[in-house]
Design a protein around this ligand. Structure first.
Ligand code: EAX
Length: 326
């Protein structure tokens, strides 16, 4: 047998042995960025997502968790494909998918059960579908939580106490309009700039859920906390369409199941932080105003809210307000 035939025979024999190895090595790495410490409610969500997906696919998918506290930048990276996924609050998302701003309206969600029910139901799923046209995949709603006001200047007991405070807001037109209505000076910036701005006194205050205040030790740069609960802040896992488009049906099912496991872990951690966090922040030295006249804040916001809602989807807002668990 001549040399050519011997080489071809050897190659033919080797190929089947190498194939399973090649398949076994065919691995996809998903980089997911989120803005908080791993010990936070976001960290709980991405960690549960990672563990569930790697287990379900026998390691064919590996999740690489990275921290990036500039959420807008992370979403841009997902859009251009330099990373696969981002877990972000909806704060900057309205700049990519404008319809999401409907979820950022102050006092829209009555409580956590209302918010989770809307987001996990038809309304939330229809909103996820709107990401496709913007070059993104809205995978699953997670949770940032009800936002509360902190500041370094004074106790805030009533809306009038906010007047004149320089308040950092997310890069979110709805939130900025609301704080302007309250007489504050809203200063939009990425989360990555927040602590230096508070330390240097560029801003007097900020607003975030208890879980975020806890995880970032904002008590070290903020003295007063008022439980305004003025906005429910959804979070969302956003991924690149190319990643999801390359998945076969079984992998896509495992991916979605892992995303739901992440949402469950994120929400459980947030509920735990909300239950124990106020006492912990008091223990760390914050002065906490717990009895807040929510109706007074809603009345103070009303003129601005009417203006905000004219630019949003009033039918959708009505559906959300009328939503009841069946
Ligand atoms: O998503 O920017 C913010 O205040 C967000 O609440 C925070 O990054 C968590």
């Amino acid at each position: 047998m001549n040399l050519t035939r011997r080489v071809a025979l050897a190659a033919a024999i080797a190929l089947p042995l190498s194939l399973p190895m090649a398949q076994a090595q065919a691995q996809t790495t998903i980089t997911v960025q989120h803005p908080l410490p791993l010990a936070s409610h976001y960290g709980a969500g991405v960690t549960a997502f990672k563990e569930a997906l790697e287990r379900a696919t026998g390691g064919r998918y590996r999740v690489n968790i990275q921290r990036n506290d500039n959420e807008r930048e992370a979403i841009e990276s997902v859009q251009i494909g330099t990373i696969e996924c981002s877990l972000t609050s909806t704060g900057p998302v309205g700049n990519f998918v404008p319809e999401v701003r409907n979820f950022d309206v102050p006092f829209l969600f009555r409580d956590t059960a209302h918010a989770r029910g809307v987001l996990d139901g038809e309304i939330g799923q229809q909103m996820l579908a709107r990401f496709t046209a913007r070059g993104l995949v809205g995978v699953v709603w997670m949770e940032n939580g009800f936002r509360h006001l902190t500041n370094s200047r004074r106790e805030v007991n009533a809306p009038a106490d906010i007047r004149g405070l320089k308040v950092r807001t997310m890069e979110n037109q709805v939130h900025m309009r609301a704080f302007t209505q309250l007489g504050a000076l809203p200063t939009p910036m990425a989360f990555s700039e927040l602590v230096p701005a508070l330390q240097q006194g560029t801003v007097d205050g900020q607003e975030n859920p208890i879980a975020v205040i806890l995880a970032n030790n904002l008590n070290q740069v903020q003295r007063f906390l008022t439980l305004t609960g003025h906005v429910y802040s959804p979070a969302i896992l956003i991924c690149n369409p190319g990643l999801v488009g390359r998945m076969n049906a079984a992998d896509r099912a495992a991916f979605n199941e892992a995303a739901r496991a992440g949402a469950a872990a994120n929400r459980a951690k947030n509920s735990a932080d909300e239950a124990a966090g106020v006492e912990e922040l008091r223990r760390r030295g914050m002065t906490v105003v717990t009895q807040v006249d929510s109706a007074a804040f809603q009345t103070a916001l009303a003129p601005g809210a009417a203006q905000i809602e004219q630019q949003l989807d009033s039918a959708l807002l009505r559906r959300i307000r009328e939503w009841r668990a069946n």
